[in-house]
Design a protein. Structure first.
Length: 273
């Protein structure tokens, strides 16, 4: 499929867009294959967020593409980077990070209200692909605050476990970081949007768009999500708070430093005009 002008305009206005039928079932199967391989032969970054005693488990991994052929195949050969280019009106698209989540049936969680831009040492034009590998109804998915990418504000990183914030509100490296707004306390004050997705549908959102879950989500069946962050040609490394030091250590070990462009073997080019 092609991204329409209407969809591109909606993304730029709202900070989020639903793309129906964006990926074939073959691509979804390829990503499932990659997640299974990662679980069987884990990277050093694979995390299980649940204790041994849990009846249902929740796994996550990131920056796995270089070790999992199925992920690299998807990122380089699927339409994903082309969609990102159309939405960002970019001359070039580089991969920032791949990320996947796997919840077994019965596990529960509630993503906090947050935006991704504060979690990582990156700045510039970036978007996020959120791709469920099975159909998802809006009550089991993510909600977005329309237009929040245009607020010009930065909110502290919030941990998914416990929803504690990292650090205190204030200036960090010349940027004012605030507590995320209490959206749950007054949802009527915000223009919230969520989506029902069929298998093969996806969501793209601006890396600055606030998003989270309105309620605790209890998975009724095993669920897999693949996400990827993409950057246009203006993206750079810009150090944020100490809360980002874990991810920082990984790209610094690959030879990157503050001010570098997100364009290298670690941040590979996936699409060029």
């Amino acid at each position: 499929m092609e991204v329409s002008q209407v969809q591109a305009d909606r993304f730029r206005r709202d900070g989020v867009v639903h793309l129906p039928g964006a990926f074939s079932r073959a691509w979804l199967d390829r990503l499932r294959e990659g997640i299974r391989q990662d679980l069987e032969t884990p990277t050093a970054r694979l995390v299980r967020h649940t204790p041994d005693s849990a009846a249902a488990h929740y796994w996550e991994d990131f920056w796995a593409w270089a070790e999992i052929p199925a992920f690299e195949d998807f990122l380089r050969s699927s339409p994903a980077a082309g969609y990102a280019a159309a939405l960002l009106d970019a001359a070039r698209i580089n991969l920032v990070m791949d990320n996947w989540f796997y919840r077994q049936a019965g596990s529960e969680g509630r993503p906090p209200w947050h935006h991704d831009v504060s979690y990582f040492d990156f700045t510039g034009s970036m978007c996020v692909l959120w791709l469920p590998l099975e159909a998802v109804d809006r009550k089991s998915g993510i909600s977005f605050v329309k237009g929040s990418h245009l607020w010009g504000r930065h909110f502290l990183r919030t941990f998914f476990a416990g929803h504690e914030t990292a650090g205190e509100a204030g200036m960090v490296n010349g940027i004012l970081y605030e507590e995320a707004p209490d959206i749950d306390g007054a949802p009527e004050r915000y223009d919230l949007v969520d989506f029902d997705l069929e298998a093969g549908d996806c969501i793209f959102f601006d890396i600055r768009t606030l998003h989270g879950a309105r309620d605790t989500i209890v998975t009724q069946r095993d669920s897999m999500r693949f996400t990827a962050r993409f950057a246009a040609e203006d993206a750079r490394i810009e150090y944020r708070g100490e809360w980002a030091k874990g991810e920082r250590a990984i790209f610094e070990a690959a030879g990157h430093k503050e001010g570098d462009a997100l364009d290298s073997g670690f941040f590979p080019r996936l699409w060029e005009r």
